[in-house]
Design a protein around this ligand. Sequence first.
Ligand code: AKG
Ligand code: FE2
Length: 194
Amino acid sequence: MEAYFKETQKLAMVLLKLIGQALEIDKREMEEMFEEGLQLVRMTYYPPCPQPELVVGLRPHSDAGGLTILLQVNGEQGLQVKKNGVWIPVNILPDAFVVHIGDAMEIFSNGIYKSIVHRATVNSVKERISIGMFFNPKLEMEIGPATSLINEKNPPQYKRMPMEQYVKDFFSRKLRSKTIVDQMRIKGEQPNTE
Ligand SMILES: O=C(O)CCC(=O)C(=O)O
Ligand SMILES: [Fe+2]
């Protein structure tokens, strides 16, 4: 598990740096925000369910962190993402991770990258296991739009908040849609319609 933590962290940093390059976020700002940031894990076991249409495995939510690297351990399908209001199953590719953009990346990129709402369904035949690794900014940082992206033409679309407060807020809520990022959006901006 420790090796998995470290290796996925390396991968996440590669991805975060590429995102930074693509968006022209200052390299140092990206590193300062995410290098050796708060890394969390959620392992979920979904037992088979005789009436899968009556239950939801994991309710719709966006992940609160920057990036999520998700491993669908036993190759069982169940993840769905919401695109233009429609639930779309994510097909399993062998030996591939799913990478989600989280709320902290939506905020940091000043809304250029939107976090994705997703849910997990269950089935009646086989259990399903997933391991999500969540890569967050460092706890001592303040979450907000990257200062290297902000100028007169591109005003901040989200408020700033100490990461510690952001994490506390997140853990005091139930998993629900995009509640955190909606709360941080500066008024006048259109809320994201999932
Ligand atoms: O089980 C899955 O595929 C999704 C897990 C997930 O979204 C999460 O842990 O945040
Ligand atoms: Fe998730």
